[in-house]
Structures are given as C-alpha cells and as structure tokens.
Ligand binder design. Structure first.
Ligand SMILES: [Zn+2]
Length: 73
C-alpha cells in the first residue's frame, strides 16, 4: 500500500529509493511509450545502489494503492 520506510529483512532505508525508482520508470515510460522492461528496472536499481535482493523485492513488489483505499476511510 505505502512503501515501507525500511527493508523488512535487512533494515536498509528504501523509501527514498522508491521515489527515485518511480521517477526513472516514468521517464522511461514517457520516452519509449512502454512500461520499463525487467532489464531497465534492474539497471535503475543498480544505479540507485539497491544491491540486495531483499531490498529489490521491496521496491519491485510494492503496489501503490493508497490513493484508491483512502476514499473508503
Ligand atoms: Zn534489504
């Protein structure tokens, strides 16, 4: 729903990297007209120095649903 501030497994702060990941993904979407491929996502995470797979799964598997859920509160 909301990206957790820290990785559940190792405790690295990942929330700020998630924002940058979203910006880079949006940039690729606007330039190429398609969703970023797995390789492009991998390169973004490498550039952000998100190296551990526990942190990468936190960013890649997050579904941003807060805007949809907040209307029911
Ligand atoms: Zn981690």
């Amino acid at each position: 729903m909301i990206i957790p501030v820290r990785c559940f497994s190792c405790g690295k702060v990942i929330a700020s990297d998630y924002v940058k990941f979203g910006e880079e993904s949006k940039k690729i979407r606007n330039e190429t007209g398609h969703e970023p491929t797995g390789e492009e996502k991998s390169k973004i995470l490498d550039d952000l120095h998100v190296d551990r797979y526990c942190c990468r799964r936190m960013i890649l598997s997050n579904a941003d649903l807060i805007d949809e859920v907040i209307s029911y509160s």
